[in-house]
Write a protein that binds this ligand. Structure first.
Ligand code: FAD
Length: 330
């Protein structure tokens, strides 16, 4: 459904809707895939997932920030969550997006924000992953990642299998904890595979290389059961120890599979996005899998605003029909 995908990608980039949604609270079924808005809700969500035997990586929603104050605010909020994780003794790490910390404003400013987060995390013995965003931010992200890796050992990053560069980067980061994904953005054919088969093939190759070439923990981040089962076969064949890999999935997606893998004794880490900037994230999830539109429809039809609007529309339609009928009788 490429058309629906493009519609949701466009909606995710709509600035008016992004701003409006921040004031609304979680709506349209977003609460099924977003862990909460406040630090307290985030802690509550992490505890709940930990109690189900899974770890968490939290993500403070928001990206492509253009104002330094917004970036500072995001940094402070992330540090608050990190401290709350430490105080509550939770099994959780953090995922940060550099465009949220000012990557598009100024490299040094962004690096300073990332450094503060990593220091706070180090104090609490917490790992931080630097997420990989769109290709336009890729090289700037890598510059900050490399700088942080020189200074900290509690930091890792992400490789996207659709990018041609990842085939080499996996060797560069072989001893680092890495999250491997297919890639969530729409990228040009000059830099990225376009065909699903090529992306999947490259993904499996990255997983195998990272599992066997270095010492870094491999986070296999996917909802694709085929990729997961093939990875498990490979892991068994090569006797890869349990503490060398984990499966990561997004909060609210394939809960059954998350539970099954946990019951089978695998480490499962749930990526929990939180915060009031949920709209673009939610739209991107719909773009990836338009079947998730069910989430929206179910929740929208239960929403009191929708019910009022639907009732209002009903009254107007009934009124119009009555008026037409009476006009005909005259
Ligand atoms: C923990 C995590 C972190 C991520 N971090 C990043 C990042 O930093 N940068 C980035 O670019 N991207 C990131 N992504 C997104 C990733 O790149 C993909 O866009 C996203 O995961 C969709 O691809 P997939 O591998 O899950 O499988 P897909 O290619 O979406 O699905 C493959 C198949 O799996 C099955 N399937 C998938 N989802 C479902 C479902 N919900 N229910 C039932 N069956 C399903 C279907 O059979 C489907 O055909 C992350 C993803 C995860 C899980």
């Amino acid at each position: 459904m490429p058309l629906l995908r493009d519609i949701f990608i466009n909606l995710s980039e709509n600035q008016f809707l992004n701003n409006a949604s921040k004031k609304m609270g979680l709506k349209f079924g977003a609460q099924k895939v977003v862990g909460g808005i406040t630090v307290e809700e985030t802690v509550h969500r992490i505890k709940d997932i930990n109690n189900q035997g899974m770890s968490v990586t939290f993500d403070n929603l928001g990206e492509f920030i253009t104002d330094k104050n917004d970036a500072r605010e995001a940094k402070e909020h992330i540090i608050e969550i990190i401290r709350a994780i430490g105080e509550n003794g939770l099994n959780a790490s953090g995922s940060i997006k550099l465009t949220q910390l000012g990557l598009n404003i100024d490299h040094d400013f962004c690096a300073a924000n990332a450094r503060e987060i990593l220091e706070a995390a180090k104090n609490e013995n917490i790992f931080i992953n630097i997420d990989m965003e769109n290709y336009a931010s890729h090289h700037a992200t890598i510059r900050v990642v490399d700088l942080m890796m020189e200074e900290f050992d509690n930091v890792g990053t992400v490789l996207q299998s659709y990018l041609f560069d990842s085939a080499e980067d996996v060797y560069k980061y072989k001893d680092r904890r890495l999250r491997l994904v297919k890639g969530a953005y729409k990228e040009a054919p000059q830099v990225a595979f376009q065909d699903k088969k090529d992306i999947d093939k490259a993904f499996e190759s990255l997983i195998r290389t990272h599992l066997t070439e270095g010492e870094g923990v491999t986070s296999i981040a996917t909802h694709d059961h085929n990729i997961i089962h093939n990875a498990i076969d490979f892991i068994n064949e090569h006797g890869i120890p349990d503490d060398q890999f984990e499966f990561q999935m997004l909060y609210g997606f394939r809960k059954e599979l998350q539970r099954e893998l946990t019951e089978d004794g695998y480490h499962v880490c749930v990526y929990v996005p939180t915060g009031n900037d949920w709209y673009a994230y939610f739209m991107r999830r719909l773009a990836e899998r338009p079947q998730n539109i069910n989430l929206v429809l179910k929740s929208v039809t239960k929403d009191p605003i929708f019910k009022t609007a639907a009732a209002g529309t009903g009254v107007v339609l009934a009124g119009a029909a009555l008026y037409k009928l009476m006009a005909r009788k005259k």
